[in-house]
Design a protein around this ligand. Structure first.
Ligand code: SF4
Ligand code: SF4
Length: 466
């Protein structure tokens, strides 16, 4: 049976120093950094690029709040499709559980926007102020022209990234091709200006100032990861059996003869850690699984002529027994549930009606027409959710003797919603009850869902009341 891995809360043994209260991650290189940069570049390209794509006459991905429509390439979703969008969120959440059970917080380390933007901000900081040692020196240095200029450059870079991020984000809700010229010509609407300002501030503060604190104190995912990972989950782990006892030694020295393990206690793994923890203390809540410590330690192992992997992706059981067991029942169950959910969602998406009809009866009960007929008024709400023009026919059925006043057909453009007022009338002598069920039907030769029916009622005075 799989036991959950206890996540350690490591309490510092000494009061926090300046160096421990502010984290100065050291830059490093290695295979995992390359993977993260490649992944980050793809995410950046998707985020900043998708918003500029067009699909026909409109923006390809646009949450049109004013028209209450969500366009994503060829598909358009309406408020009543929110259940499908909620399903996407549930599938994503479950997918995250699954990935966490397989490989811990791999999402946090490689794809979470907070991490990706934090790395970008760290890169900008390094560009302006230098690497870890220089930044620490700069913090300690007296105020000078050089210090002010470096700080200014850093904050300008941060602001530039923040504004671009915010503009792009708002561009997913307001067409970006109008948003940018409006901003540059100071014609932006008050609400758009507010949201650009708000997201600029949020990006700047989150990625520039809060950084790892968002992961440590604000993100709930880190809190419940310990209930998802188990002894077979791959997590970033220090091989204590191989590394301990730790101690410095000269290169080429026979450390086994000195009674030392492979860890030279250089603390490079701590210095590169964006959350400032020591992975050698065990899996901790603060670890975002970025693998920076793996890259750093591998480069040290290389220099020392030792085998890489003192810190590596490994499961708790693998470290203890040397056996890796990825295919466990819990994971298979997660996988099957995930596949079933994706299957059901795809089926719901494929069979989603693209032509819809809603009928709203006039609030008034009924009235007599000039020719003595009884009439009820209705508002037919027709929506064409497809990307093609639909020619529709409107009819009423379900009871004999009704006459419909109103158009017997309309042409709906792609994504168009139209309200059609119609009146039903009937000779009072043929009405037997106060409430008669009737149905409106719209039909179209185009598309697979060619016939849509909506029920309503026809009200009339009872024969006694007449
Ligand atoms: S980087 Fe590797 S060798 Fe250096 S302290 Fe960390 S675990 Fe030990
Ligand atoms: S311990 Fe290693 S994997 Fe975890 S956050 Fe720090 S550097 Fe990243």
């Amino acid at each position: 049976m799989n036991r959950l891995i206890p996540v350690t809360q490591v309490t510092p043994s000494s009061p926090p120093s300046r160096a421990s209260s502010k984290i100065y991650p050291r830059s490093f290189s290695g295979i995992y950094r390359k993977i993260r940069m490649g992944g980050g570049a793809i995410l950046f390209a998707l985020y900043f690029g998708t918003v500029w794509l067009n699909w026909g006459e409109r923006q390809a991905v646009l949450w049109d709040i004013a028209d209450k429509k969500f366009h994503i390439f060829s598909a358009t979703y309406w408020p009543e499709d929110l259940v499908l969008l909620s399903a996407i969120l549930i599938i994503c959440a479950f997918g995250l559980f699954f990935i966490t059970a397989v490989a811990g917080r791999i999402w946090c380390g490689y794809a979470c926007p907070q991490s990706v933007w934090m790395w970008i901000f760290l890169w900008a900081e390094k560009l302006a102020e230098g690497d870890r040692r220089h930044r620490m020196k700069l913090d300690d240095a007296r105020l000078s022209q050089a210090k002010i200029l470096r700080r200014l450059l850093k904050h300008c870079l941060w602001l530039l990234i923040s504004v671009a991020t915010a503009l792009t984000f708002v561009g997913y809700f307001t067409p970006i091709r109008a948003l940018v010229p409006d901003l540059l010509s100071f014609n932006l609407s008050g609400s758009a200006l507010f949201w650009v300002f708000f997201f600029t501030a949020a990006t700047y503060v989150n990625a520039g100032w809060f950084r790892e604190k968002v992961c440590l104190h604000m993100c709930p995912y880190g809190r419940f990861q310990s209930s998802i990972v188990d002894n077979e989950s791959l997590v970033v782990a220090y091989d204590a059996g191989r590394g301990d006892p730790r101690g410095s030694r000269s290169r080429g020295a026979d450390h086994t003869a000195q009674g030392l393990g492979d860890c030279i206690d250089c603390e490079m793994c701590v210095q590169v850690c964006p959350t400032g923890i020591d992975i050698r203390d065990g899996l901790q809540m603060e670890c975002i699984g970025c693998a920076a410590c793996i890259d750093a330690c591998d480069s040290i192992m290389d220099k020392m002529g030792y085998e890489k992997g003192l810190i590596r992706y490994a499961s708790h059981n693998e470290l203890n027994t040397g056996v890796r067991n990825i295919l466990r029942p819990r994971l298979v169950a997660y996988f099957l549930i995930l596949v079933t959910m994706i299957g059901l969602f795809s089926w719901a998406l494929a069979t989603r009606p693209l032509l819809t009809l809603e009928v709203e009866r006039d609030r008034g009960l009924f009235r007599y027409s000039g020719s003595g007929l009884i009439e009820n008024s209705y508002l037919l709400n027709l929506t064409n959710k497809s990307n093609e023009t639909r020619h529709t026919f409107i009819a009423v059925y379900g009871a004999e003797g009704f006459n419909m006043r109103g158009p017997d057909g309309v042409t709906l453009n792609a994504g168009e919603q139209r309200e059609i007022p119609v009146v039903l009338e009937k000779d009072p002598s043929s009405i037997l009850s106060a409430v008669t069920e009737v149905s409106f039907e719209i039909s179209s030769f185009e598309g697979p869902d060619g016939r849509v029916v909506a029920r309503t009622t026809f009200l009339a005075p009872t024969p006694i009341e007449r």
